[in-house]
Ligand binder design. Sequence first.
Ligand code: AHR
Length: 674
Amino acid sequence: MQSNKNMFVSLFVMMTMSMVTNPFVFSQNSGKTNITVNVDSMAGIIDATIYGQFSEHLGSCIYGGIWVGEESTIPNTKGIRNDVIEALRNLKVPVLRWPGGCFADEYHWMDGIGPRHKRPKMVNTNWGGVVEDNSFGTHEFLELCELIGAEPYISGNVGSGTVEEFAKWVEYTTSDGESPMANLRRENGRDKPWEIKYWGIGNESWGCGGRMYPEYYSDLVRRYSTFIKNYGANQVYKIAAGPNVDDTTWTDVVMRKTGDVINGIALHYYTSNSKPAAVIDEKGWFDVIRKTLRMDEIISMHTKVMDRHDPAKKVALIVDEWGTWHSVEPGTNPSFLFQQNTMRDAIVAASNLNIFHKHNDRVKMTNIAQMVNVLQAMILTDKKKMVLTPTYHVFEMYKAHQDAINLPIQLETPNYEFGQEAIPSVNASASITSKGIITISLCNVNPTKNAKVNIKFNSFKNKNISAQILTAEEMNALNSFDAPTKVMPTNFTDFKFTKDELQLDMPAKSVIVFKLDGQIDSRIGKAIEVKKVKPGIKYAYYEGILMVLPDFSEMEVLRKGKIDQITIPEENSLGDYAVRYSGLIKLPADGFYNFYANADDGCKIYIDGKLIVNNDGRHAPIEVKGFASLHKGFHRIVVEFFQAGGGAVLETRIEGPGLAKQIIPANMLFHEID
Ligand code: AHR
């Protein structure tokens, strides 16, 4: 249990995204759920990619669910179902993982390019031994991503592939040069390369991906990552296969041996259930929710291990497979993992998302399994028919959390008890967008009891409030092809808002999302008073061999100057050096500002003495962001940078009210004069 009282000690609270997790406290009390939302504190950014999806060549996820082919009578765009495209665009899917899963480690990408009628066929040994005709390959997948507006995340074949094959896939898709693979791509009809940031180095390499030991797999990661190149501006983000559930030994070994060459490590944790999705008694309901809430503990376990190897949290935990895994729908092929999706799945999705928000300092991406027709799907299809599941509706209701700033909450809630066991009955999360809209998502996991909920706000006066609810009478309520709108979000108005308190009686088994628009009544980020200023920012130049940013007070200043923008001053040593910039930044309006440092090597940004962005350490160019809530006017800015061997990059960007993300422009930078 963690108190957030100390967060109020300062009226000016700003944090880098890697600093703290959201206090998300469960405790038993007299029967009421009490939540406090601290609007003048922040607990990291909820990366949009936490809302990612997964699509595998499995059952009818790809074939039938997404891909019907250009000749199909089902309306399609270049072979991809229009109804599915439209539904997914609406969901704002930020990132889509493909082609597996277990399938990834037997997939040879070259079989899936070129004229479709010439593509070789293969047997999908993992999923039912069906014939895979490779008609949906690299171009089709990347077309799908473009159509739905998602970033691609490709899992490469390590289990049965080669380094050469993997390296060529990256070259084929992302190189713009005169290279054999780029030319082959052009021959296949795509002139410009794609931008593909996320690449997975194998999948479940402890299991279907090769039954490897973590030591052996780690060596492979080092080898593969050496030959996975960045072409042009495309910067590859390398994701290693991570642990199964609570296997912290895997995490420990892979982090120790590869932490310097990867950007993420993938955790897989499913909520398993031996009965079909819609066969639910209260014991079954309780068990599934209890297993779901274990996600919190499992993430914490791996985070602890990762923190030992990577205290600066450079490597992300990517939960790239999660969701319910029920027994298949009776009468369907057991290898196709087709399951229905009920109100209980909605509760599972909402609870998991609330947990991921809380861990946003380490969890940067998740991918629910799977997007269409497999496991906990968003969408089910049957030939021409399509239905949106209760899980889809949760993702839609929650989408305002994407890229918002997580707000710390304190939560006290009674237990929901069943037999000898107990779990917290309500879980919740809150965030604020850069436009100041607060989203609060609440989930009452108890299937039989309403929850009396009181929400208090610190430093916030509400002007407008609206809410949506997803609930149902029966535990196993679902949307079928014949009754596709049985479980749908509706407007929720049954609440009272008095001063700074929101009161509601939350129905049993429900998910409610509030949107509040109001005034943030706090003095965080107050502007400073300055007498005389001139344009430009000061810098001091130092030399030395560095692994991390130094204590500049102990370094000898070799040169000083003034510069219009935060760029590396000319006349540097060809060796190692460091620069410290200090001055003022003038902000045009009150609001939330994101700051970004893209640096090779280390860089930190401080605003008014608080560390906002921490991108320290020796590394290739990598962008790290942080944020601050700041008032209009002048603020002190300090940027520290060092260069150690190889290339040097320093780009500092800002984004805020009325400001699109951009390099901090010269007209915002000043220094004081006497
Ligand atoms: O999502 C279904 C399967 O579950 C994936 O192929 C595999 O990675 C996991 O075991």
